[in-house]
Design a protein around this ligand. Structure first.
Ligand SMILES: Nc1ncnc2c1ncn2[C@@H]1O[C@H](COP(=O)(O)OP(=O)(O)OP(=O)(O)O)[C@@H](O)[C@H]1O
Length: 316
């Protein structure tokens, strides 16, 4: 099969007062680990809800492995597992019963029970299978939520902010789990507000902003395209100091105690000249750190520029 994992074609969504999606078109390739990012109110959840068949598009279409989510919804739903943000469950079932029941809703029988046990093991829930869900901690419920979306072994998995509010250890477990799923051939779509998470995990990034796809790019290319580098200088004043020269002052992003943070344009602002300028003003440089821009820096820059240049709409 050569169909993309998910194909969005001119997807539109209008609510009474909001144009939440303004014609979004792109493909998520089979087998990739895709990061869907965007500021609050950008339209990510709306796009996911339409893909999952929970909301109807006002225009355009979405297909999962070539199956239209409206006209061929059974096959589309079978191919897709969506891990939602909230767990809706019947508190009287045990974890294992609930997962088996969920598999039943998806049209699967006992053939997936070994897979359910494997999920429990890989999500470190193996000793919780017999517990009722209401006895579980928040972090364990989160893992059950993931298992629930995967009971039918969907080829395409969407994770909607899977690590919001979870501790570092569980975050690591979930990262490894999703990586392993991806390595086993599942396409992963991740939405997250933790940009370092997207930077760590994703092959390709899409950024939605005000209902439009603003960026669709390989992560490496996106990180490489950003023409900045950050320089932090730890200073100690020796006797009299003067104001920094203009060519240094205009690069200053922040002063934190004895540390000066600067943002240098690659190929235009040179570290040697900055250091000379700082020394010339009477400072001793105790330590130097340089850092390439992170996805977070790029995200802020791209989404801020858009706000300032073309759109003054305020998002939630
Ligand atoms: N049921 C609804 N009725 C009316 N407007 C809605 C509804 N759901 C979402 N919206 C609006 O549509 C826009 C997109 O919202 P959406 O929840 O898809 O954004 P998001 O990118 O998922 O944001 P967040 O990161 O905050 O979850 C927002 O302006 C939101 O207020």
């Amino acid at each position: 099969m050569t169909e993309p994992a998910i194909s969005f074609k001119n997807v539109q969504k209008r609510y009474a007062t909001t144009h939440a999606l303004k014609g979004v078109s792109f493909d998520i390739k089979r087998g990739e680990y895709f990061g869907l990012l965007g500021p609050n109110g950008a339209g990510k959840s709306t796009l996911i809800s339409i893909t999952a068949g929970l909301a109807q598009a006002s225009g355009g279409s979405v297909a999962v492995l070539g199956h239209d989510v409206v006209t061929d919804y059974r096959a589309a739903r079978r191919a897709l597992g969506v891990v939602p943000q909230e767990l809706v469950y019947d508190p009287f079932f045990s974890v294992r019963e609930m997962l088996r029941l969920q598999a039943g809703y998806q049209g699967c029988g006992k053939e997936v029970w070994p897979w359910i046990d494997e999920l429990l093991e890989r999500l470190e829930l193996e000793d919780k299978g017999a517990n009722s869900i209401r006895q579980l901690s928040g972090g364990m419920k989160r893992r059950v939520l993931i298992a629930q979306a995967l009971v039918h072994k969907p080829e395409v998995v969407i994770l909607d902010e899977p690590t919001a509010g979870v501790d570092v250890e569980l975050r690591r477990t979930l990262w490894k789990f999703t990586r392993d799923l991806n390595a086993a051939g599942h396409t992963i779509v991740l939405t997250t507000h933790y940009l370092e998470e997207a930077e760590e995990l994703c092959d390709r990034i899409g950024i939605l902003n005000h209902g439009e796809l603003q960026v669709l790019e390989d992560k490496a290319a996106l990180l490489g395209r950003h023409p900045y580098r950050f320089l932090s200088l730890e200073l100690s004043a020796q006797g009299e100091t003067q104001a920094l020269p203009d060519h240094v002052e205009r690069l200053v992003e922040a002063r934190r105690g004895d540390t000066l943070d600067l943002k240098l344009r690659q190929g235009e602002d040179f570290i040697g000249e900055v250091i000379e300028g700082v020394r010339g003003a009477g400072y001793r440089i105790v330590d130097v750190h340089t850092r390439e821009p992170s996805l977070e820096n790029i995200f802020v820059e791209l989404t801020m520029d858009k706000d300032q240049n073309t759109d003054n709409e305020v998002t939630a």
